[in-house]
Design a protein around this ligand. Structure first.
Ligand code: NDP
Ligand code: BG6
Length: 475
């Protein structure tokens, strides 16, 4: 049976000891995970596969966990199971079958009591039959944000964990959390009236990646394939930079937190966000790849950026004068997410003419997770000449037997354990929108234009020129 082997129990025990360090309560008993929007893209590609992997590793146990998919689409339990199975190719048939038996499907709308009463009955019946006296209820909203307020209201009205049992109710919400400061604050207030901050888990899957630290370059070799309609409403800044890149930026630029406790870490993130200067128009390059508007769901006159390079400057003692370049784009030459920290040249450098390149520390989040240091070293031999070399920690070579978990696995597990460290707090979200809203409004008003770039290229040449202007050297 999945989850009963020794590696599963040793993983469980290492998580238990971390929980102890963070003073998180360890809980057992009946756990229900409800995936709302179970018929959708995110649910089948990310949420259910992540739940499967947690089950396979023993973090979700048969007899304790119950999974319910909820959406409007008319589906049977087996219909949903068949869709999920299609995304678990290559997994052990025995484990998959056992996992699928934990899953039920309830169909209903997002704004009427009828469906949520049915959902509550499904959960309550399982809890009664489980007989543990506990009721832990996790609701994962894999849904468009437009329905978050009504769905949260329904959960609050019909599906809360009963006070007669021990347990909790937690809600995971997906980005985008609004499209600017005002809309994000409005959404936060609506959800805040229904749930306490410690019940809300605003997910940013970049925070779940193994190597997450600061991010300077983020490249995707695919376009907006099939998501043009959604993408055109948001653009690359709202889709990736304001959330994923900014979160990683925070982790690099923040000061050392008082402890590893979630609130201490999030306090430091808020501080560094509040220290970011207003973005200058001349330190922004926007691009749109040629062919983007061929998508029939994208308007012919769209100015939505599919690429952006933005310089952030942090006004504090540590970072004054240091540019942070956040760069992301669709349809570029490669699919990469990395952080590059370039070290200043030594003042009064005596090697001047002979030296090449610059020392640089690179953290590659994906693909092929790695950390490496590019160093200028003496070229071996009798000449006094220098060249660039590397100290290389490639995870694939160093940790050959270790499977790196998917971001969503880690984050769902954190939610079950009540660890909000890797989730975005309300004041953090507000500070993030404060940084980008003036720029976004100028783009929406057509005051800043996106330049065109070729699909499969490095993006607009103006972006490389901006990096060079602010002091970055291509090594
Ligand atoms: P989908 O468009 O696939 O929607 C999910 C489900 O929601 C659908 O199956 C549908 O279920 C229901 N739905 C769709 N549109 C509406 C609507 N207008 N009103 C009410 N219900 C609707 O979304 P995704 O699965 O792609 O994304 C879900 C959330 O996750 C979104 O917030 C998205 O931004 C976020 N996200 C998605 C990523 C991805 O890779 N897909 C990546 C990161 C974040 P039914 O009709 O059966 O009720
Ligand atoms: C999503 C964005 O949040 O993150 C996508 O909506 C983007 O546009 C994706 O492609 C990137 O995530 P990952 O994990 O594939 O790098």
């Amino acid at each position: 049976m999945a989850g009963t082997d020794s590696s599963a129990s040793s993983r469980q025990s290492s998580f238990n000891s971390l929980a102890k360090d963070l003073e998180l309560p360890l809980e057992q008993g009946c756990l229900t995970i409800v995936v709302l929007g179970a018929s959708g893209d995110l649910a089948k590609k990310k949420t259910f596969p992540a739940l499967y992997h947690l089950f396979e590793q023993g973090f979700l146990q048969s007899g304790e966990v119950h999974i319910v998919g909820y959406a409007r689409t008319n589906l049977s339990d087996d219909g949903l199971r068949g869709r999920i199975r299609a995304y678990l190719k290559g997994a052990s048939e025995e484990h998959v079958s056992e996992f699928l038996q934990l899953i039920k499907y309830v169909s209903g709308s997002y704004d009427s009591g009828e469906g949520f009463e049915k959902l509550n009955k499904e959960i309550s019946d399982y809890e009664m039959s489980n007989n543990s006296g506990s009721s832990r209820r996790l609701f994962y909203l894999a849904l468009p944000p437009s329905v978050y307020p009504s769905v949260c209201k329904m959960i609050r009205t019909y599906c809360m964990s009963p006070t007669s049992r021990t347990g909790w109710t937690r809600v995971i919400v997906e980005k985008p959390f609004g499209r600017d400061l005002d809309s994000a604050e409005e959404l936060s207030s609506q959800l805040g009236e229904l749930f306490q901050e410690d019940q809300l888990y605003r997910i940013d899957h970049y925070l779940g990646k193994e190597l997450v630290q600061n991010l300077i370059v983020f490249r995707e070799d695919f376009g907006t394939d099939g998501r043009g309609g959604y993408f055109d409403q948001y653009g690359i800044i709202r889709d990736i930079i304001q959330n994923h890149l900014l979160q990683v930026f925070c982790l690099v630029a923040m000061e050392k937190p008082v402890s590893l406790k979630p609130e201490h870490i999030r306090d430091e993130k808020v501080k560094v966000l509040q220290s970011v200067n207003p973005i200058k128009d001349e330190e922004v390059v926007l691009g749109q790849y040629q062919g983007y508007k061929d998508d029939p769901t994208v308007p012919d006159d769209s100015n939505t950026p599919t690429f952006a390079s933005i310089v952030l400057r942090v006004h504090n003692e540590r970072w004054e004068g240091v540019p942070f370049i956040l760069k992301a784009g669709k349809a570029l030459n490669s699919r990469k997410a990395e952080i590059r920290v370039q070290f200043k040249d030594v003042p009064g450098d005596i090697f001047k003419c002979k030296k090449q390149g610059r020392n640089e520390f690179v953290i590659r989040l994906q693909p092929s997770e790695a950390m490496y240091m590019k160093l200028t070293v003496k070229k071996p031999g009798l000449e006094m000449a220098t060249e660039q070399s590397e100290l290389d920690l490639s995870y694939g070579m160093r940790y050959q037997d270790v499977k790196i978990p998917e971001a969503y696995e880690r984050l769902i597990l954190d939610t079950i354990r009540g660890d909000q460290q890797h989730f975005v707090r309300r004041d953090e979200l507000k500070a993030a929108w404060q940084i980008f809203t003036p720029l976004l409004h100028n783009i929406d008003a057509g005051k800043l234009k996106a330049v065109s770039y070729k699909p499969g290229s490095r993006g607009p040449k103006e972006a490389d020129e901006l990096s060079e202007k602010v002091g970055y050297m291509q090594t």
